[in-house]
Design a protein around this ligand. Structure first.
Ligand SMILES: Nc1ncnc2[nH]cnc12
Ligand SMILES: [Zn+2]
Length: 329
């Protein structure tokens, strides 16, 4: 049995799973000249000052993704690595606008990612869902247009999310696209309180009606918000290695996860952009358990929280809870 609990991965950006080796391979396949000497030179750039610094490289590296096959290759590679790390269910984020603005057709993105999920995940014993995230540093009207296009194309979506540069882009501006998603019966999540203030978490709940908050670590700055999140059992998908790499937290030993858990918040552990931040969900579990001295019971609680936060049937949730209990022993 592996040393981390069976995982429900609710916060992973598929483009953030693009490993340097695959970037190089896809660049060669598509005849794209990369501005790096080699993989080591690329890796040397993975020292980030903040979210904006990371996002610049994250978006630049997407240049190698051109065809549905490229998106499928990235997704398949992720699924294989996820399975090896004990992932049993994943709700995968994708950023359609990041590709549309480069002239890549929506169908290439959706067919590639969703096709690989449908073809490969069952054989690996992983259940999946796809969440299209909108970029909060682009116009809200564009998000509405893209969601309409996704709905018109019958894209197999579980839900929508909101990501990209947070500070200066409060969630409230995206009320229309979230209302449209609700009408279409889609689940709704949003990044909030990663670099931005606790007030953005409150706004995402009140104005967008989100069912989960991605990150949410800055919630601790507002005790009334914490009381509300505890009372309403609002899930917070926390990504510890990401927070350290993006300098939202100075050191893993200072990470607020343990405080959040012991305060009664429904926190769970995830990877965000594992190819960039030094690890997948199992690596995140292992690292926080060591740095924060978490017990096996604490780790099982985190894993149960992830199951509770997943958009799955009661039957699937029961199976996933049972797997966590079996791991805890
Ligand atoms: N950590 C992060 N925060 C906001 N947007 C993102 N897109 C990919 N990773 C992200
Ligand atoms: Zn994220």
């Amino acid at each position: 049995m592996i040393d981390t609990p069976p995982a429900v991965e609710l916060h992973v950006h598929v483009e953030g799973t693009l490993e340097p080796e695959l970037i190089t391979e896809l660049a060669a396949r598509n005849g794209i000249a990369l501005p790096y000497r080699d993989i080591e030179d690329l890796r040397a750039r993975y020292a980030f000052h903040d979210l904006a610094d990371f996002l610049a490289l994250y978006y630049a590296n997407m240049a190698v993704l051109r065809t549905a096959d490229d998106f499928a290759a990235m997704t398949r590679a992720y699924l294989r690595r996820a399975a090896a790390g004990g992932v049993r269910h994943v709700e995968l984020f994708v950023d359609p606008q990041a590709h549309l603005v480069r002239g890549v057709p929506l169908a290439a993105v959706v067919d590639g990612v969703a096709g690989a999920l449908a073809d490969d995940a069952p054989g690996l014993g992983i259940t999946t869902g796809l969440i299209a995230c909108f970029l909060r540093d682009r116009p809200p009207a564009e998000a509405v247009d893209v969601l309409r296009a996704l709905l018109a194309a019958d894209a197999p979506l579980l839900g929508i999310g909101l990501d990209s540069a947070e500070v200066g882009h409060p969630p409230g501006g995206f009320a229309e696209v979230f209302a449209l998603a609700a009408e279409a019966g889609l689940h709704r999540v949003a990044h909030a309180g990663e670099e931005g203030p606790a007030a953005y978490v409150t706004e995402a709940l009140d104005v967008l009606g989100v069912e989960r908050i991605d990150h949410g670590i800055r919630s601790l700055d507002d005790p009334e918000l914490v009381d509300r999140l505890v009372r309403d059992a609002v899930p917070l998908t926390v990504c510890p290695l990401s927070n350290v790499r993006l300098r939202c937290t100075p050191d893993l030993r200072d990470h607020p996860l343990a405080t959040m858990l012991h305060r009664g918040l429904r926190v769970s552990v995830h990877s965000d952009d594992p190819a960039y931040f030094g690890g997948y969900v199992d690596d995140n579990h292992r690292a926080v358990a060591a740095a924060l001295g978490l017990t096996r019971d604490d780790q099982a609680r985190l894993a149960h929280h992830a199951v509770d936060a997943a958009f799955v049937s009661a039957e699937r949730a029961a199976e996933l809870h049972a797997e966590v209990d079996a791991w805890r022993g």
